[in-house]
Design a binder for this molecule. Structure first.
Ligand code: SAM
Length: 493
């Protein structure tokens, strides 16, 4: 399949005019959520995927804005034929509240004063971020997300979604993240915050109406520290070594000697042109507060989550090391949840989730397109009672316009199956009772059986439908070869 771009896209805005009560107990009187969407929502609104961005991300995930060349932050995996295939899925991404890319945050106007909130903006949490996203998803008419995915702080939002709205999330993709912030992570965030608040231009967070450009030195420093944590020792060696910047020899003063210094300055400077210092403070606080451990146990904390999970870590990520992903996997496994785990081999450090597009496309694409019987089975299955006559059975098949009827015993368990082919046999041989024509050795399946395996089973036995049963031999569905052949059409319709 040709992997393409979503092309030219525009950011949209949802204005929610009612208050949002925050985890702190404070209230945002109204809010705006900036978002982008790609692909089309299918008829039963079952193909929506929400992508959650990291600390400095925004709603612009894929494609490019009119007149700009720069593509969205996860363009490598979002688009036609890519993991988040916009030919199949309706992909949405919104800017978090507290941010500065179109959603309500500290630089937005405070309706009470008509001026930017600044430090009057309430402290927000990861849970508040996803509660705001939920308002947008409701507004878009989606009652269940096919998947929620994200890396770093985006992964925290995904985890929070699965715990706060378990019935709302079918699949969760959690990359290079943790279920709680460690002291080391909090420590790095605090250094960044201190760099900002100790810049005199921060002015207690009230710098928007001043003529200065705000705490750019502090914000730049915060970004420099942060950026180091996104790279790895190996990748820095590879990229910079001990190369000097624009000079032949070290200069024995405090000017920029090394290429790595120059690179960090550049990263810091460009960041100040696109990011608000107060947002940096609020968002890093939200990360620090994130903690899904309940009663001392992550297993307890993740208990409400019912989604199928793909957890990915990066071998060289020392900011969110693989052990933190493995803790998530262990907790989910202890809760008997479906979880797939992969540690990708990469030298890119934490940033690998944005850069290793080959591995990401493969792993995420496979996980998202993986289908099990429960996804496509018919749920309200007509059945017939054991002991019925062939005439009653024939009438039911005709009236309900079906080809297969599971036969149930008096206690509701599966006792056999009868098809129109068996009715032909009854007519040919003059059988009067269902018991004489039904097949008693029924080939069955369960909701968690992969679709490929069930398709193989049907082909081997030359049958076109299998009853889906639970652990008590009760029929909870029926899967037909028609449903399997329609599978691709259903997802893309
Ligand atoms: N295409 C046909 C179908 O599945 O309806 C298959 C023809 S096969 C010769 C028909 C026989 O398979 C009938 O006697 C029917 O009762 C039996 N049958 C259908 N589904 C079955 C299942 N899941 N397990 C066992 N027997 C089954």
């Amino acid at each position: 399949m040709i992997k393409g771009s979503v092309g030219t896209v525009t950011t949209q805005y949802y204005n929610h005019q009612s208050p949002l009560v925050l985890e702190s107990g404070e209230t945002l009187p109204s809010l705006t959520i900036a978002y982008e969407k790609y692909g089309s929502l299918n008829r039963d609104a079952s193909n929506a995927i929400l992508l959650c961005h990291a600390l400095s991300g925004d709603a612009h995930v894929a494609g490019h804005h009119e007149g700009e060349k720069r593509t969205g932050w996860w363009d490598a995996v979002v688009g036609p034929g890519k993991a988040f295939d916009t030919e199949r899925y309706f992909v949405i991404c919104s800017n978090i509240i507290g941010g500065c890319k179109g959603s309500t945050g500290p630089s937005s106007e405070n309706p009470a004063t008509g001026k930017p909130y600044g430090p009057a903006f309430p402290v927000i949490t990861i849970r508040d971020m996803i509660n705001a996203q939920k308002l947008l998803i409701d507004h878009l008419g989606i009652s269940r997300l096919y998947a929620v995915a994200g890396g770093s702080m985006g992964g925290m939002q995904v985890l929070q979604w699965t715990v706060s709205y378990p019935d709302f999330v079918k699949k969760a993709v959690v990359i290079a993240t943790s279920a709680y912030s460690t002291p080391q992570q909090i420590a790095f965030n605090e250094v960044g915050r201190q760099a900002i608040v100790s810049d005199p231009e921060w002015n207690g967070g009230k710098y928007y109406d001043r003529t200065s450009s705000g705490p750019v030195r502090g914000l730049s420093l915060a970004r420099m520290v942060g950026h180091i944590t996104y790279l790895s020792n190996e990748s820095m060696h590879e990229k910079f070594g001990r190369a000097l910047q624009g000079k032949e020899q070290i200069s024995f003063d405090f000017s920029t000697d090394f290429a790595v210094e120059s690179y960090l300055h550049h990263q810091g400077d460009t960041f100040t042109k696109r990011f608000d210092a107060n947002s940096y403070l609020y968002i890093t606080k939200a990360i620090d507060y994130f903690d899904l451990i309940k009663d001392g146990s992550l297993t307890e904390g993740l208990k409400p989550a019912t989604a199928a999970f793909l957890v990915i870590s990066v071998s060289s990520d020392w900011l969110y090391p693989p052990y933190q992903s493995q803790e998530i996997v262990s907790a989910l496994t202890a809760n008997d949840r479906e979880v797939h785990y992969c540690e990708i081999r990469s030298n890119y450090g934490h940033d690998a989730f944005l850069l290793e597009s080959g591995q990401m496309n493969y792993l995420v694409g496979k996980f998202l397109s993986h289908t099990v019987v429960g996804d496509v089975m018919i749920r309200d299955v007509p059945t017939i009672e054991e002991g019925s006559t062939t005439a009653v059975t024939a009438r039911r098949l005709i009236n309900l316009e079906v080809n297969h009827l599971p036969v149930l015993s008096a206690n509701g368990q599966l006792a056999g199956i009868v098809t129109s082919w068996d009715i032909a046999k009854a007519v040919a041989k003059n059988f009067l009772w269902l018991d004489e024509i039904m097949s008693k050795n029924v080939i069955t399946t369960t909701p968690d059986e992969p679709i490929e395996s069930v398709a193989k089973k049907m082909e081997e036995h030359s049958i076109s439908a299998l009853p889906v049963i639970d652990e008590n031999q009760h029929v909870i569905g029926l899967i037909t070869s028609d449903a399997i052949s329609m599978l691709i059409g259903r997802v893309t319709s």
